[in-house]
Each structure stands twice: as C-alpha cells, then as structure tokens.
Write a new protein. Structure first.
Length: 88
C-alpha cells in the first residue's frame, strides 16, 4: 500500500523515499551547488527563464525543509504535501 501522493519532494532531491537523513543532506548540498547562481556560467544569446539553472532552488529548499524534519517528513509520507504545513 502506497501513501496518497507521488513522492514529488523525493524526486526534487533525487533521493528515494527510504533515503537516510545523511542521503537527503548530501543530495541537497549537491543540488544547491549545481543550481547556485554564483556557480553558473554566463549564457550566450540570452536564453529564457525556463533555461535558468537557478530556477529550481526554491523547490529544492522547500523539499529539504520538509524532508529534513522527521515530523514533517512522516506527515508528508503518510498524507502528502498539504499535511506538512500543519506538522511544521
């Protein structure tokens, strides 16, 4: 039996639902380094906002904030994203 959601926060951090806290922290730090604005090379020819590698940072931070907290992670795993606002 699966929880009533699709594990999107786990997908954002590129970890499995049974990942350890250390795995979550490691993945969060790796993704932050990859998407950090100071680490990006200037783009030639402009580009669009959709091409912006930093556009994923808010989702990465939100996923980490929920999954790093054991109570919020349990609520998310059981009931989905809506219930985490009550757990925090």
């Amino acid at each position: 039996r699966h929880p009533p959601h699709d594990y999107t926060l786990y997908d954002v951090l590129h970890v499995s639902p049974n990942a350890t806290a250390a795995d979550i922290v490691r993945s969060y730090r790796r993704l932050c380094r990859r998407h950090h604005p100071d680490k990006q090379q200037p783009r030639r020819g402009g580009g669009t906002k959709d091409d912006d590698p930093t556009s994923g940072l808010p989702q990465i931070r939100e996923a980490y904030d929920i999954l790093k907290n054991d109570a919020a992670r349990l609520a998310y795993h059981r009931y989905g994203l809506w219930s985490t606002a009550q757990a925090l």
